[in-house]
Design a binder for this molecule. Sequence first.
Ligand code: NDP
Length: 315
Amino acid sequence: MGKKAKERAKERREKRLQQISELRKVPISPRLRWWSSDTVAVVTGANRGIGFEIARQLASYGLHVIMASRDAERGRHVAETLQNDGLNVISHQLDISDQISVESFSKWVVLNYGGIDILVNNAGINFNLGSENSIEFAGKVIETNYVGTKRIIETIIPVMKPSENGARILNVSSRLGRVNGRRNRLGDPTLREKLLTDDHISEELIDGMVADFLKQVRDGTWKANGWPQMFTDYSVSKLAVNAYTRLISRLLSSRPEGHRIYINCYCPGWVKTAMTGWEGNLSAEEGADTGVWVVLLPNQSPTGKFFAERREISF
Ligand code: NDP
């Protein structure tokens, strides 16, 4: 890219950031509110960072929020701070890497609420910072970010409440998991094409991709095989989450009116949280904004889409 083109791109980006910061100040109009204080939203990994902020903002809009945290005590403590501010939240233990914890969470939800309306899959891990790219914890990263997200989705879908506005699932993902991003591009053109063609996306394809990656990590060949270059294990996990979002959207698309479930994913941007070592250009409050906007979209919400900065972006 030439110098002039770079300057123009920078200007466009700055203008967009200005627009989005104005948009974030606009509260959702009361006319568009389809939810009530009986609407139940679950946010995973809600004890800190972006998850805490999504929970806080949803509760501020008047929903009942279950703040799911893997450490029950920490979860209780943060929920209390929001309850003291008058918000309608409660905490419950949930470790998405643990099948027993996920099943017991789902049973508790059914027993206490009869089901849920919104699931925000925010829980996630990443062990690299800055220019690091260690794959030491690749197995754990894939297990939590992809397999854990899949586990909770599979368990919760059957307990999502029928509603004329449609139940909603939101996966907190990352632009690092884009198939065709300008940076961090997936090298294998065949895999790229499959991941971008809805009819080709299957659980076998996604599971096969992460299994291939982990096998190459084990035998030391991953570097030569065209995986995303930055935070490789994390990026592969989010590539998988994005593809899984599209797959589930397609599988749910035949549900009749009144039983619809909309599923989307979004990138919060580069956010100052523990995960980034508090680096980044956005606060957790700003990072949560698009996620809250997506799950609260009025009836006939889009589904199977990827969002950032309050607009759709490409996979
Ligand atoms: P944080 O590290 O601050 O928070 C991560 C949360 O996930 C914590 O509450 C953590 O719990 C929880 N968690 C981790 N593993 C599990 C598990 N097995 N079961 C349940 N909860 C778990 O990170 P962020 O707030 O920055 O990240 C939130 C999401 O946003 C993640 O999915 C991340 O990938 C995504 N994201 C973040 C970006 C950023 O710039 N920060 C950019 C793009 C995406 P505990 O406190 O117990 O560790």
